[in-house]
Design a protein around this ligand. Structure first.
Ligand code: SIN
Length: 286
């Protein structure tokens, strides 16, 4: 597509594009927002460097794309109820989001968009990997696609946030910070979504299940299901589907959780990383 109101560089990697010459801290004309929305649907992730965004300005920009949602396991900033801080202190060992996933796919209605803003980035490391789940799906064999499309997944926060989840234990809780918490019953809850999701706006199909958020394929054991989840993860993380994004302070990324997986790298021991995250409500996966 060609754009009149934004400049776009799609040569940054396998998926995503950088948008330049736009100041997101100011209210933008409808025509510019409409092009940003189209570019986001076309490229799945947009990156805007050198922005100066207060938490409220980030939330205001996000609200152009739908109603804002609340992340269930982290307290928002006092001054901005939809912005959560994601901080890894210099002495922390584990990071937030350090595995391949799409955001909160264990909710009945998961967010369609995540807008992540880099407040402070480490001098070295701290990149995020993004994988194109639509292109990866399209390159599976027709027979495997047909089998996967018939399957339902059981999705739950329990593998990460439940009583026996990866984020439990004193070391993990210390590393995730004081803002981390959430409802214990919800942390054990389960919902059903298709393994392969059809995008509500583009109609494209994408791999949706993930190792940390999908417990099993309905009617299959966890072990049997894991064999499929591991295969799909190995498949969509091949380099032809992945962009490794190097953050600079002031960058805003906006990704589409309906068709993108991401993984925050934890390769900056002794350094601090501080991000602000806002999510936009989506629709029930179908
Ligand atoms: C997330 O999973 O939302 C966090 C990603 C990151 O910090 O790069």
């Amino acid at each position: 597509m060609t754009y009149k109101h934004i400049k776009l560089d799609a040569s940054i990697g396998a998926v995503g594009a950088e948008v330049t010459d736009v100041d997101l801290s100011q209210p933008l004309p409808k025509a510019t927002i409409s092009e940003i929305r189209s570019a986001w649907l076309e490229h799945h992730i947009l990156f805007f460097r050198d922005q100066k965004l207060s938490p409220q300005a980030q939330a205001n920009f996000a609200a152009n794309f739908g109603d804002l949602d609340k992340y269930p396991f982290m307290q928002a900033l006092k001054e901005s109820p939809h912005v959560i801080p994601i901080i890894k202190e210099a002495d922390a060992k584990m990071n937030f989001g350090g595995d391949w996933h799409t955001d909160t796919s264990y909710q009945l209605v998961p967010p369609k968009a995540t807008l992540l803003y880099a407040v402070e980035v480490p001098e070295i490391g701290g990149d995020t990997l993004f994988a194109d789940a639509t292109a990866a799906y399209a390159h599976l064999s027709p027979a495997l696609r047909e089998m996967l499309e018939q399957q339902t997944g059981v999705y739950s926060p329990k593998l990460v946030h439940g009583a026996k989840g990866d984020y439990k234990g004193s070391e993990a809780e210390k590393n995730l910070g004081a803002a981390y918490g959430g409802d214990a019953a919800f942390a054990e809850s389960e919902v059903e979504h298709p393994l392969i999701r059809t995008h509500a706006e583009t109609g494209n199909k994408s791999i949706y299940c993930s190792i940390p958020h999908t417990v099993n394929i309905k009617g299959w054991t966890r072990q049997e299901s894991l064999a499929i989840f591991k295969f799909l993860t190995q498949h969509f993380t091949q380099e032809q589907y992945v962009t490794r994004f190097h953050w600079t302070q002031g960058t805003l990324a906006m990704w589409d959780n309906r068709c993108i997986f991401h993984n925050a790298l934890n390769d900056y021991p002794g350094l601090r990383r501080h991000m602000h995250r806002v999510i936009v409500k989506g629709e029930r996966p179908a």
